[in-house]
Design a protein around this ligand. Structure first.
Ligand code: AMP
Length: 137
């Protein structure tokens, strides 16, 4: 059982901000910015590509409500919504979750976005074509 399932089962504590039949939202214990909240389905799915559409729909709708609540309740000026899949993408807990991170003007956090460039338009087009081919439905 993963750590988020233990939170769902109340085997370990969490500071819950929202709960319904299918979904739980709780404070991240290692906030990027204070107020950082995680939204999870109560049933474990992972990664996003294996998660049913109706579960994803519910998650993003709850994340939207949490974002609005961070703006209203915390006075956030903006919100980052993130979702990591796989260790290569920085995922630590193998139970799908959406990070909802409140942002404040001058909060001092900077994503290491590190934008790169393609060597040529052809290179970009070749990669685009491989993605198109991957779109099986
Ligand atoms: P990720 O890297 O996308 O898998 O994110 C996992 C997140 O879960 C991290 O931001 C952690 O700080 C957070 N986390 C891990 N354990 C707990 C816990 N027991 N309660 C709340 N948040 C947790």
């Amino acid at each position: 059982m993963n750590i988020f399932e233990k939170i769902v089962n109340r085997e370990i504590p969490a500071t819950i901000v929202y709960e319904d039949e299918d979904t739980l939202a709780f404070m991240d214990i290692g906030p990027i910015i204070k107020g950082h909240t995680l939204v999870i389905p109560k049933i474990c799915y992972d990664p996003v590509t294996e998660t049913p559409d109706e579960v994803l729909t519910k998650l993003i709708l709850v994340a939207k409500r949490i974002a609005a609540a961070q703006m209203k309740g915390l006075g956030a000026d903006g919100v980052n919504i993130m979702q990591n899949n796989g260790a290569a993408a920085g995922q630590e807990v193998p139970h799908i979750h959406i990070h909802v991170i409140p942002r404040f003007e001058g909060d001092g956090h900077h994503w290491n976005w590190n934008a790169k460039s393609y060597e040529s338009a052809e290179e970009m087009e070749q990669l685009a074509e491989r993605i198109r081919e991957g779109l099986t439905e």
